[in-house]
Design a protein around this ligand. Sequence first.
Ligand SMILES: Cc1ncc(COP(=O)(O)O)c(C=O)c1O
Length: 507
Amino acid sequence: MAEVVISIQVDRDGSLPVYRQIVSEIHNMLRNNKLQSGDRLPSMRDLANQLGVNRNTVALAYAELESKGLVQSRVGSGTFVGRFPGSLEESPPGPASDLAGSLERALSRRGRQGDDLIERISVRDEVSRINLSGSIPDCELFPAGEFGEVLSQVVADMGPAVLDYGSKEGYGPLRSWIASRLRSQGGIIDESELFILNGSQQGLDLASKLLLDDGDCVVIESPTYYNAIGVFRMYGVELIPVGMDGEGIRPDQLKEILSRRRVKLVYCMPTFQNPTGITMSRERRHEILAITARHGVPVLEDHFDAELRYEGQAEAPLKGFPGSDHVLHLGTFSKILFPGLRLGWLALPEVYQEPFRRIRACTDLSAGLLAQVAIHRFCEEGRLDSHLELVKRENKARLAVMLDEMEKQFPDGCTWTRPKGGMSLWVSMPRGVDAVEAWLDARRAGVNFAPGALFHVDGGGSNMFKLSFTREGKDRIAEGIKTLGAILRDRMQESKGVEQSSTNVLL
Ligand SMILES: Cc1ncc(COP(=O)(O)O)c(C=O)c1O
């Protein structure tokens, strides 16, 4: 197949970005039948050389054309005009639609301050004696000495090179270790899709930069991780909460919203959700993937604590199911190892990778190389697995103590989830009992937990709260629950006569 010639006069000072000029010219050629289905476009490098522009500019243009279904790239053979260049007007909704535009707007957003991070109750607590609030591992369990040895060994073995900049994608051996670990859990993730990040919180931020713009709609589970709410709000998006039941996010509600609204992203935590601890069933995973794929909406899967399973059969990540090409997969070392190293990852479908590299280059260049090399060595030597064994044993016992004690101490009318893993569970009190009032009482008594309003965007959750069981030891958990039980009894006594609890603990 002949390679076509694209002759464009690039106007560097024009109001239209260069990549858009390329997109526009190729559009025109298609309209005027100067390009036919099956024609091969010049390679990105050739066109970049010909036009005297950066290769990424051409990559961005081709990505945009591909997202509109006008061209198709085939690995190893090049980029070809698609079979259906007929519809050139509106881009179809799809995971990558307006990707390049989003990127450009995201890049121009540099330096903008998050304007409306709402005033929230601090759950990161240095004051309370017993902290049952955040999804934080117990640092008393960290094998600090062992890690110190690995760290000095790495510096001794690799010398100054380990203190150099790392690549945008991350340390190769660590990427391949993560990919193979995820595959062993049923994930379908290739190391080429992985970017190592400074924590998965950064992944939420960078994925937002990549995909979202002011006024876009994002579907979230309700309740959801409050720092995800914070990030999305910083990007000026409208958050649409979708309720959950015992099997995860509700497909009926999701379907209804996606058929009515143009949604840019669905964010969910399929395994041991924060804050509820709920795990999405296998059937539900299929269903959610099918619904989102049908509507061309990308899914951001936050796989943050899925390895912390204490009983039952593990479910594969969403990004291991058939029809999960539209899933962006986020993970972290923070919950299974050390949050202080700030290492997480994001696996991206190919169409997003090049734009993401550019965003990364404008954000932090790379994750710290020393931390990556050290954690890789630590994992490779099997030390993560030994540590995880201890953490899971301990967390399982802590969860059992919490549930046991809640059974004894919490008043009738309270209900709660019973997760098979993860870091937290979710309590519902009868309607009218105020979790923030209870929280204030608890703080005075030296106990912290996380009131439900933090995890809602619609004013919900006032009679609900999250309890985390991973930060404190068993004795403190028992003591904290006892204190809390007394507070809840008092609060419920005071609000006697209010409506009784709904049977659905989440709504
Ligand atoms: C659901 C969820 N996602 C992401 C994060 C961010 O973790 P990190 O940035 O430490 O990887 C957290 C931290 O609590 C979390 O609970």
